[in-house]
Design a protein around this ligand. Structure first.
Ligand code: GCW
Length: 724
């Protein structure tokens, strides 16, 4: 009997610990793990001995609760809050206007640099005592400052002489959830949509609060709850009361709610005969609808709109243009302080010009014609969230219209939630790109933060990778992509390396023997996926619809610009898309300096080579190799890099829990298998044109081309539901 009891106890302990391990994944970068006892705990305990934190609003009490939860966990001892500033207060957390005059005086210089969402964290002497102060102009600033203090502690930073002043450089830092009302997520690979519409508004899932906490901790202040392939029903009272309930939760964490607005909503839910933006009844309908929303959600952010794109309704259905459509909605929102974020992701199957040119051609003539509360949202590249694209030529070209950056955090073309790909490396490459539109130094980051053309609104959007998986993002390392997107939206000049380090420390460990190799693995992972999927500027060679796996052979789709062969144009002579003057002349859409650079294969960066040029198989690369051998070696390099990632993770085992180790190990095995699949399928297909042998060092394919072509995945995740 005794053995049985022991056995039951052991089994219970194992399952509990496994469950608690999974719960660890759920906590994201907010684990607040116990800090090893020693000088750091002493240093931090001295700071938080007595906390003066008057918390009279939801935002301030949420900030206070975060401290009350995190500090005892990290320090292993209770903390004391006081509502009165006393001589023994060691940490003072209060908005600037509630500080004692002596401190106001002391911090005058710092506050001159802080905007409404910024904060200061400063150690100083007050009443002959060393104290630490977190202050800000607003409650939100205090919230952000509080999360940053906790992050600094998680990273075991030295806080004795802390002197930090920080403000977000971009005003609207938003997630776009391509979530459908049936809780499916388009291009989602982490489970169902978080928003349980059926149980809202009464049932407030703890996940909504933890979602808000996680976003506030990285400064995300806006969220679009619904898919850009929009469903008008979300604008009906039945759903608006549910949206209101979510907005009420998010407000306490400084997060504004936006919705996607289906352009034909006046017809679908308003009973009108038309949705023509110049029709007075339609205008009135949007005015009334907007007023109805603001009655429920006074701080509603506005509408995100996909119009006349991929079959979505829009103003062009009524002979009108994007300006007509956007400005109609903008006028409805203006008096409420709302924005229209109008997407420029447009291309038409009836337009046989290069798809990469169509958005620029369509939107440049509208520059300066949009109302001042309209922002045009542009994807980082001109095709569609590829593993690598040159920056979209619209960045820097629109000079009088604010542009919102649209990054994709979910990995539609980057391995779903099974491939470890650290996307801030991609985001950083785009943000640092020089558009040369106002001479050298006109980076995309300066376009987006509004400083290049002194725009009034600045927006950075990321298509969310979040679902109701316990670890939120499917792959544990995909949490770093959510985290990194938020940090770059706060400051687009941050380095992806610094962000990786922050995330690793807060999520896993502060041990340098873990941080350094794993950080290197993360920073290399984006180049690896480019190499084993689309090297040297190849792009959009994914299998149809689900975009799961290679399909360079696909040429049977009605729209030419949905066929991979449209993009690589492989033939007996060579491969690549000629976008120079002898081809589609897409290069003319860049500033002259870049136009010239991209027109010549010799001056085109080789990472973009086959994006801009169709070159012979024997073209000589900078490393002296032929183009064919170069492509083959890049594919092999990508597979080798995944093997290196596996080796790195094996060495990381002592620094993480068994569960954390096993989970990532299994996913890396999938990534290795699929990297080989990409290499083998693509090289076999391209070899059928090049008729050249694989160079030494490139492993032989394990299957025939016929076998690769025969693969079908009817239930691959993330594809658009049939009804939409
Ligand atoms: O990335 C592509 C996707 C579609 C998406 C579309 C868009 C929401 O394949 O799923 O639709 O572009 O960005 O609108």
């Amino acid at each position: 009997m005794k053995q049985l009891k022991t056995l039951i106890l052991i089994v219970t302990l194992i399952t509990t610990s496994a469950k608690s391990q999974h719960l660890e994944d759920y906590k994201l970068w907010l684990k607040y793990s116990k800090i090893e006892s020693g000088p750091k705990v002493q240093e931090y305990s001295n700071i938080v001995t007595k906390i003066y934190f008057p918390a009279g609003t939801d935002v301030l009490s949420n900030a206070k609760n975060e401290l009350a939860t995190a500090l005892p966990q990290m320090l292993g001892k209770p903390v004391v809050f006081s509502e009165h500033m006393e001589t023994e207060s060691s940490l003072i957390i209060a908005p600037y206007d509630q500080l004692p005059n002596t401190l106001k005086k002391q911090f005058e210089k710092e506050f001159a640099k802080v905007n409404d969402e910024g904060f200061i964290i400063k150690s100083t002497v007050f009443n002959n005592k060393n104290i630490t102060v977190i202050s800000a102009r607003t409650d939100i600033g205090i919230l952000y400052g509080t999360f940053r203090l906790l992050n600094l502690m998680q990273m075991n930073e030295n806080l004795e002489e802390v002197s930090l002043t920080d403000s977000p450089k971009i005003e609207v830092r938003m997630l776009n959830h391509w979530d459908n009302l049936d809780r499916s997520v388009e291009r989602g690979y982490a489970g169902f949509s978080l928003w349980n519409w059926q149980k809202l508004p009464e049932y407030i899932d703890q996940r909504y609060i933890d979602y808000a906490r996680a976003n506030a901790s990285i400064g995300i202040n806006a969220t679009v709850l619904t898919n850009v392939n929009a469903n008008a029903l979300v604008l009906t009272p039945m759903y608006l009361e549910k949206v209101e309930a979510l907005a009420n939760v998010f407000r306490g964490y400084g997060i504004q709610v936006y919705l996607t607005a289906r352009f034909s909503a006046p017809m679908e839910i308003g009973g009108l005969e038309t949705a023509d933006p110049l029709n007075v009844e339609v205008q009135q309908w949007w005015n009334d609808k907007t007023a109805e929303i603001y009655k429920r959600i006074p701080d509603f952010g506005g509408f995100l709109v996909k119009a006349n794109s991929e079959g979505q309704p829009g103003p062009q259905n009524y002979g009108r243009n994007h300006v007509d459509g956007a400005n109609m909605m903008a006028k409805a929102l203006k008096s409420h302080g709302g924005n229209v974020i109008w997407r420029a992701f447009v291309y038409s199957e009836h337009d046989d010009t290069d798809r990469a040119k169509q958005a620029y051609s369509e939107f440049l003539p509208y520059d300066g014609n949009f109302d001042d509360n309209v922002v045009v949202q542009v994807k980082n590249g001109a095709i569609d969230f590829q593993p690598r694209e040159p920056f979209h030529p619209m960045f820097g070209a629109l000079k009088e219209t604010p542009i919102a950056m649209e990054f994709q955090i979910t990995q539609e073309y980057l391995g779903f939630s099974t491939h470890l790909v650290y996307l801030p490396k991609l985001f950083e490459e785009v943000l640092d790109a020089d558009t040369y539109q106002k001479g050298p130094g006109s980076t995309v980051a300066k376009v987006i933060d509004g400083s290049l053309y002194n725009n009034t609104i600045s927006v950075m959007a990321g298509v969310s990778n979040i679902g109701n998986d316990l670890n939120w993002t499917g792959h544990p390392f995909a949490q770093a992509n959510w985290y990194g997107f938020g940090r770059l939206a706060w400051d687009p000049y941050l380095s992806s390396e610094k962000i990786a380090e922050e995330w690793l420390r807060a999520t896993y460990s502060n041990d340098e023997n873990f941080i350094s190799p794993v950080k290197k693995m993360m920073l290399m992972s984006r180049e690896a996926v480019v190499n084993y999927m689309n090297p040297l500027g190849l792009h959009h060679i994914f299998d149809t619809g689900h975009h799961y796996g290679p399909g360079p052979w696909v040429d049977n789709l009605s729209r030419p610009d949905w066929n991979p062969v449209y993009y690589h144009k492989a033939d007996e002579k060579g491969i690549g898309f000629d976008r120079t003057t002898s081809g589609s002349n897409a290069t003319e859409q860049y500033a002259p300096f870049l136009e010239k650079k991209f027109n010549d294969p010799k001056t085109t960066p080789e990472k973009y080579l086959l994006w801009f040029h169709h070159l012979p198989w024997d073209y000589q690369l900078k490393n002296g190799k032929t183009l064919w051998n170069g492509i083959a070696e890049k594919y092999q390099e990508g597979v080798d890099q995944v093997n290196d990632m596996i080796t790195t993770w094996e060495k990381a085992k002592p620094y993480v829990t068994n569960h954390e180790y096993e989970e990532v190990s299994m996913l890396l095995q999938i990534q290795l298998r699929e990297a080989k699949w990409w290499r083998d399928a693509c090289l076999l297909y391209f070899q059928s044109f090049s008729k050249r042998p694989l160079p030494n060092g490139v492993e032989k394919p394990s299957k025939t081309l016929k076998e690769y072509k025969s693969l079908k995945f009817p239930f691959a995740p993330g594809i658009r539901p049939r009804w939409n």
